[in-house]
Design a binder for this molecule. Structure first.
Ligand code: ATP
Length: 211
């Protein structure tokens, strides 16, 4: 799996705001840093296909060698993690994850089997008994873990991270960050991380692009 941003130039109105050229290898986390307003979040929106006017871009966005430009955002097979976990508050922790499982992966699986497999994933991250817990009752760190499991449950081919650790307290932040990067490496997912935090960049361990 690889994500390539080839000669990508993002414009706000007619002015080029950001340009980059990079290919992210399987399991690599490339960090994008730069001052506030330099276009980092817009870059992730462009890759997701969610940019709106006054933004436009030229260049190519390729996932596993195929251009994404004409692919609708929900069909791009990209996972996204934001600053806020953005969990569905009317669902439990386990239901949030189940919701993201694509129909093809659900097919032929009973509800019980799906629930067992999600409970096993929750268990791996220390949340084994929380399937039925309403998400509002989870701590910030627990919500962050559920959010990553939900993203991974959607079977993404690459992951985009927009300051995903910035709302966590310092101790929890280091722990969750190491776990997220280890998981991305283990699953050989290419990832693009936008952050202001040097510790995030160091822990990501991949190339750094300053915009
Ligand atoms: N809808 C919009 N219309 C016009 N300009 C916008 C719009 N949304 C964002 N901008 C501007 O585009 C620029 C890039 O914004 P963006 O959020 O991508 O920056 P950023 O690097 O992620 O900033 P931060 O680090 O503060 O999150 C900023 O100058 C912002 O004010």
């Amino acid at each position: 799996m690889s994500l390539a941003l080839q000669q990508l130039r993002i414009y706000r109105h007619d002015t080029c705001m950001l340009s980059l050229d990079c290919c992210i290898a399987p399991g690599e986390v490339v960090s994008v840093t730069g001052p506030s307003g330099s276009g980092k979040s817009t870059l992730l929106n462009v890759v997701m296909g969610l940019q709106e006017l006054p933004f436009r871009y030229d260049g190519e966005i390729m996932l596993n060698g195929k251009p994404l430009d004409a692919v609708a955002p929900h069909k791009r097979n990209l996972g996204m993690l934001y600053q806020d976990p953005l969990l569905f508050e009317h669902l439990t922790a386990g239901e949030n994850i189940a919701f993201a499982v694509p129909p093809a992966a659900r097919r032929g699986q009973t509800k019980t089997a799906l629930r067992d497999s999600i409970t096993a994933q929750l268990d791996k991250v220390g949340l084994g008994d929380l399937y039925t817990r309403p998400v509002q009752t989870l701590s910030g760190g627990q919500q962050a873990r559920v959010a990553l499991l939900r993203t991974l449950a959607s079977k993404p081919q690459a992951v985009l991270l927009d300051e995903p650790f910035s709302k966590l307290d310092t101790t929890r932040r280091a722990q969750i960050r190491d776990w997220v990067f280890a998981t991305l490496r283990e699953q050989q997912l290419p990832a693009l991380l936008v952050t202001h935090d040097n510790d995030d960049v160091r822990a990501a361990g991949g190339r750094i692009i300053e915009v």
